[in-house]
Design a protein around this ligand. Structure first.
Ligand code: PMV
Length: 359
């Protein structure tokens, strides 16, 4: 069912051709989204840190055409990338009702990532977010009505969600919530919102060092993964746990209680993987080196009382999270003790960021 607020008024200006560019970051969930229903709607609320250096830059060029179908070409780092096309056709079909001009133009989508394509870092969140923002810039340009900034981002997030769920959390910084939650005012299943409450300074420049343990193709696509939650024996408990963890995080984000933050974030990471371990079919997405890194983080924390912790996506790579004021000591530990467990010693230094930028 189309969401009426996002269907534009039909009256538009004429525009023959042009282009828009956006740079959009990736994000890392603290409370994880895993399980969906309907058209990309989450079974539980999630919250993420927006990242800073891991991002996608996209230029959308458009020119008027007279044919009936969607017409576009996608280029990754200057090379035609046909493997992205089915996902974009599906996305265009889903959002056409909200962007009725899609069939009026031929599009050239030129995209590049700040991280290597084969790094195992999902580009779907930053990529879909950048594309949705380019499309919103076009809609705004075509519109005869003034578009409020807040609506621009809200609809961009709504569209990005229809491309890849977690992409809706990549528009703004520094913390974004997606999914209705009784304790978070304005939260919605339809789009992400900037976390609306007080955040301790400590979390505003939190560090994320991404350890590339396995750089190959994803073993399980997120579509397959989310679907495995449908008949999962622990599904309801998991959705409840995620919503409860988000409730627990609200005071922690305000008062900067790092030990409590660590408990919640690590439980979320391991619960996400526990769902895959216990689904049918089962998946083990962690590698021996993932476990080695986790154990070393735990030992280091025990020995030094440091506030370093980890989180995981649906893969083997490890996001090492820590406060900026402990950076020197923790980075030394990471380089000496954890990097040897990365594929070809590769890692990405990132930190909390402020959201997408028009170029
Ligand atoms: O946005 P998707 O459908 O690729 O799902 C992402 C799911 C996780 O990254 C595992 C968790 C999350 O909330 O980002």
């Amino acid at each position: 069912m189309p969401e009426a607020q996002f269907v534009p008024k039909s009256d538009t200006k004429a525009l023959r051709n042009g282009s828009f560019s956006w740079q959009s970051p990736s994000n890392i969930a603290l409370v994880k989204y895993w399980g969906k229903y309907g058209e990309q709607l989450p079974k539980n609320a999630s919250i993420s840190f927006t990242l800073s250096s891991s991002c996608t830059t996209t230029t959308l060029s458009f020119s008027e055409k007279n044919t009936e179908d969607f017409e576009f070409e996608v280029y990754l780092d200057g090379k035609r990338e046909r493997t992205f096309e089915p996902k974009i056709i599906k996305f265009f079909e889903r959002v056409e009702v909200y962007l009725p001009f899609l069939k009026e133009y031929h599009f050239k989508i030129e995209t590049s990532n700040s991280f290597p394509h084969s790094s195992g870092i999902a580009s779907s969140a930053s990529g879909m977010s950048a594309l949705a923002l380019c499309l919103m810039s076009l809609e705004r340009e075509l519109s005869n009505f003034e578009m409020a900034e807040a609506f621009f981002y809200k609809k961009a997030s709504f569209l990005a969600r229809l491309g890849s769920g977690s992409a809706c959390r990549s528009m703004e910084g520094e913390l974004v919530v997606w999914g209705e939650h009784s304790k978070i005012k304005g939260s919605s299943n339809l789009f992400g919102i900037k976390y609306p409450y007080e955040v301790h300074d400590r979390f505003k420049n939190f560090q994320d060092t991404i350890l590339l343990v396995d750089k190959g193709e994803k073993q399980v696509s997120s579509t397959v993964g989310h679907n495995l939650m449908q008949d999962h024996p622990f599904a309801e408990q998991r959705f409840q746990q995620a919503n409860d963890n988000l409730s627990r995080l609200i005071p922690v984000l305000e008062n900067g209680n790092l030990p409590e933050f660590i408990k919640i974030v690590e439980q979320e990471a391991l619960s996400l993987h526990a769902m895959m371990l216990t689904s049918q079919p089962n998946f083990i997405l962690m590698k021996p080196n993932t476990l080695e890194i986790i154990n070393r983080i735990w030992n280091f924390r025990k020995e030094t009382k440091s506030n370093v912790c980890f989180t995981l996506d649906a893969g083997a790579n490890v996001h090492v999270l820590y406060p900026e004021h402990e950076k020197e000591e923790i980075l030394g530990f990471i380089k000496q003790e954890l990097v040897p467990f990365c594929k070809q010693g590769e890692f990405i230094l990132d930190q909390v960021g402020f959201g997408a930028k028009p170029l």
